[in-house]
Every structure is written in structure tokens, then in C-alpha cells.
Design a binder for this molecule. Structure first.
Ligand SMILES: Nc1ncnc2c1ncn2[C@@H]1O[C@H](COP(=O)(O)OP(=O)(O)O)[C@@H](O)[C@H]1O
Ligand SMILES: [Mg+2]
Length: 292
């Protein structure tokens, strides 16, 4: 009897240790506010660049409805997050390895379902997601348009949020609205890095960032970082049309070079990548964020 009680205590204490263990997995969420600014292309091509630098990224397509990641990669996944929620598959079945060796998870209707799940279900999904740590060093979460519950929750989960903005005024104001929501309303501690996409020049990209930097600093006291820019490149459109990511379609294109440049700063940042603000693991953070 005593032996059994001891065994139980051991199980409980070892599961607590797993909960509080620092993770080596970096979570990066890609968001924007406005749609069509280049988030999905950024997520996919960044993953391809990271793979080339010996990282092992997994993309989570958290844009229910559009499923752009699989379209850009020219794949048709068998399972999505909804299957995991309904316990119709395990986490490993959910990970589709694309023909370019980069893996992704299709969110499907599961992304919407996650918002309304009862705590015990969140707990259950959390237990499955723990396995991600063994499968990837970088989880890239591609979100949809709008500043809604889902987008905010996935941003809160990340160590770094990449906000994609184009020089269009509506994109800048939507990007700012997202930063404001995250920093002001949700007091998010994670870093916000801004990527200027579809820029006509380096100077234009700098101007757009500077504008965003000063309004963020002056009105909401938020420090944002410049992650770089991607030039407007017609070839991205042709690549998307061919359902081949631009980094594969034309590695020498201007856009490909820019994606690579940005990916370098991610793969070069050692050490700090495991620093979570909280003392708890990402999975505890996941359960807390998605249960509220
Ligand atoms: N750097 C770029 N240059 C030119 N066109 C781009 C660039 N990035 C994205 N696009 C175009 O914008 C469209 C929307 O991009 P996408 O990544 O799907 O945006 P989002 O995920 O933000 O909705 C793409 O189909 C592509 O044609
Ligand atoms: Mg998209």
C-alpha cells in the first residue's frame, strides 16, 4: 500500500517537473492585423531558410478558413488540429512533412474550436502538444487577419511576435492597432519585431518602421524592434500561383534573399531563445492562455 502511494507521489512530482521545465523550443507568432500583407509567405519561406541553417522548424497554420500554408507548399494534409481535439489522431499524425522537408500542422477548424474548449480538453491538448518539444526547435505560428481572440492568444503564447506591415497606410494603422492591443490591453511581455513587406526600397521600409516606432513609443510606451524588410517582388506572385514557395521557386530572387537575411537573425540568436518571462513552461502558459 505504502509502495503504491510512493509510486503515485513519484508520478505527480515527475509530471510537475515536466511542467516547469524550461523549453528549448522557440515560439514565434506571425501576425499583422490586416490580411494579404504576406504573413503566410513569410512563415513558409522563413521556415525553409531556417531548415537550411540546420534548424528544424514546424509551421502551425492558425488561420482557419484560408489554410494558406498548405496551398503555398502545394500539399494536402490528412489531419488537422480538429482531429486532435476530437482524439481522432495523435500529434505525430498531425505533422505533415512537405516535399521541401519543412513540416507543418494544419489548424483547420480546430483553431476556432480551441477558443471554446472546456478546461479539461485544453489540458488534454496541452498533454499532446508537449511532444512538440522533441520534434522542433522553432514553432512558427501563422495567424489570420483581424485582431481577434485567436490571434491575441497565439501572440501571447510566443516569445517573439513578428508583425508584418506593408507601406500601405491601412496596413500601418492595423499593425499599430495590433501592437496596441497586445501591449496595452493584454500587457504582453514578449518581443515585438516588425517586418516591412512589399517595400519599394530600403529607405521606404525604414520610413515605415520609423513611423510605427515613434507612435508605439510615444502613445503606448511600447518598444518595437526592426527585423528587416522584404522588397516588393513580382516573383512572389508567380511562385504562389505555381504553389511553390519563392525560396524554392527562385532562390536568387530579391524576396528570397530578404527572407534569408531575416532568418539569419533568428538562427544566430542563441541562448536568449529559451528565456521565457515566466517561471513556468510554455505548456503551462498554453493552458493558462487558452483556458481564459
Ligand atoms: N514581397 C512580396 N512581393 C510581392 N508580392 C508579395 C510579397 N509578399 C506577398 N506577396 C503577395 O501577397 C499575397 C498575399 O500574401 P500572403 O502571404 O498570403 O498574405 P497573408 O498571409 O498576410 O494574408 C501573395 O499571394 C503574394 O502574391
Ligand atoms: Mg495567410
Amino acid at each position: 500500500m505504502n509502495d503504491q502511494a510512493q509510486q503515485l507521489r513519484n508520478i505527480v512530482s515527475s509530471s510537475r517537473q515536466t511542467e516547469d521545465k524550461k523549453s528549448n523550443m522557440k515560439i514565434i507568432t506571425v501576425a499583422s492585423g490586416k490580411g494579404g500583407v504576406g504573413k503566410s509567405n513569410f512563415s513558409v519561406n522563413l521556415a525553409l531558410c531556417l531548415k537550411e541553417q540546420k534548424k528544424n522548424p514546424i509551421i502551425l497554420d492558425a488561420d482557419f478558413g484560408l489554410a494558406n500554408v498548405e496551398i503555398i507548399l502545394g500539399e494536402r494534409p490528412k489531419f488537422n488540429l480538429a482531429h486532435l481535439i476530437r482524439q481522432e489522431c495523435g500529434l505525430k499524425d498531425l505533422i505533415t512533412k512537405s516535399k521541401y522537408d519543412v513540416s507543418f500542422i494544419s489548424g483547420g477548424s480546430g483553431i476556432n474550436e480551441m477558443i471554446f474548449l472546456p478546461p479539461h480538453k485544453i489540458e488534454q491538448i496541452g498533454e499532446s502538444l508537449v511532444q512538440l518539444e522533441e520534434l522542433t526547435d522553432t514553432l512558427l505560428i501563422d495567424t489570420g487577419a483581424g485582431i481577434n481572440d485567436i490571434v491575441v492568444k497565439f501572440c501571447m503564447l510566443a516569445q517573439e511576435v513578428y508583425v508584418i506591415v506593408t507601406p500601405e497606410p491601412t496596413s500601418i494603422t492595423d499593425g499599430y492597432a495590433l501592437i496596441k492591443t497586445l501591449k496595452n490591453d493584454f500587457t504582453m511581455k514578449s518581443k515585438i519585431k516588425v517586418v516591412i513587406n512589399k517595400a519599394s526600397s530600403k529607405e521606404e521600409a525604414h520610413q515605415v518602421f520609423t513611423k510605427l516606432y515613434y507612435v508605439s513609443k510615444n502613445f503606448i510606451n511600447a518598444e518595437i524592434e526592426y527585423a528587416g524588410y522584404i522588397p516588393y517582388d513580382e516573383k512572389v506572385f508567380h511562385a504562389v500561383k505555381s504553389q511553390v514557395p519563392i525560396y524554392i521557386y527562385d532562390k536568387k530572387s530579391k524576396a528570397s534573399a530578404a527572407y534569408y537575411q531575416i532568418s539569419k537573425s533568428i538562427s544566430d540568436s542563441k541562448g536568449e531563445e529559451v528565456k521565457l518571462d515566466e517561471k513556468t513552461s510554455w505548456i503551462s502558459k498554453f493552458k493558462k492562455i487558452f483556458s481564459s
